[in-house]
Design a protein around this ligand. Structure first.
Ligand SMILES: N[C@@H](CCC(=O)N[C@@H](CS)C(=O)NCC(=O)O)C(=O)O
Length: 242
């Protein structure tokens, strides 16, 4: 098995998943991790594009299969190695609906808010005002939806961590980076702390980041991410004619 990834929220979903499976006692096949340098544009090479036509990390390669989209990778791994991370029966659909909620809502909205807040430094501030307001408001609405869902629950689907939490956590934990406030949602703040306290999550977040920078990046790392994010946000390779 190979994982093509980088130290970003969508990459951490997969590294946390691998570590949680190991924690649950699953014997995974040998797994090679290939670090993709997004700032250098390695996601645009023909080799990468052959595995993921959407040209983004993460990608999972398992024998003849290659799978793009982080949430599809979570579901694939959870189905291949059954654990509580994806229960069966009706509970499975509870988890899958929140997994898709992350993929369709939290990921794109937090990602866009982050881009306009931190990366799109060559866009006129007046032009940024509308998307910042739109994605900021929608991000706050999504945090409120998550807060309501977590009322009376330790994790998104009940007492146990599932792939829905794994998908949501890396984006929500980065709320200071995307500037989408969660501090008026105590259920969300408590859930962020609860998920972070898991040893497998700690290990997963450590893929590509030194242990002492997992929670607080160094000034150099922040600057490097901002630069790489700006390159991606201002993507010169975007085909404007499509
Ligand atoms: N919906 C995709 C999003 C993947 C994605 O946006 N990956 C980012 C890193 S977090 C990426 O590869 N960006 C590089 C680029 O846009 O050129 C997923 O969940 O896998």
């Amino acid at each position: 098995m190979e994982i093509w990834t980088a130290a970003t929220p969508n990459g951490w979903k997969v590294s946390i998943m691998i570590e949680e499976l190991i924690e649950a006692g699953v014997k995974l096949p040998e797994c090679q991790v290939r670090s993709i340098n997004l700032a250098a544009g390695e996601q645009f090479t023909p080799e990468f594009t052959a595995k993921n036509p959407n040209q983004k990390i993460p990608v999972l390669i398992d024998g003849d299969l290659s799978i793009m989209e982080s949430c599809a990778i979570l579901q694939y791994l959870a189905e291949k190695h059954p654990t509580d991370l994806l229960p069966s029966g009706a509970a499975r659909w509870d988890v899958l609906q929140w997994l898709y909620w992350q993929a369709a809502n939290v990921g794109p909205v937090f990602g866009n808010k982050l881009s306009y807040t931190r990366y799109m430094d060559d866009v006129d501030p007046e032009q940024k005002a509308h998307p910042l307001e739109r994605f900021g408001k929608e991000g706050r609405r999504l945090v409120a939806v998550l807060g309501a869902r977590l009322e009376g629950r330790d994790y998104v689907c009940g007492d146990a961590l599932t792939i829905a939490d794994i998908a949501l956590y890396p984006w929500v934990r980065g709320w200071k980076w995307s500037k989408i406030n969660i501090t008026d949602q105590p259920n969300v703040e408590a859930w962020v702390k609860r998920v972070r306290a898991r040893p497998a999550v700690e290990r997963g977040l450590g893929w590509g980041v030194p242990k002492d920078e997992i929670d607080q990046w160094s000034a150099e790392r922040k600057a490097a991410y901002a630069k790489s994010g700006a390159r991606i946000a201002n993507n010169a390779q975007l085909r404007t004619e499509v």
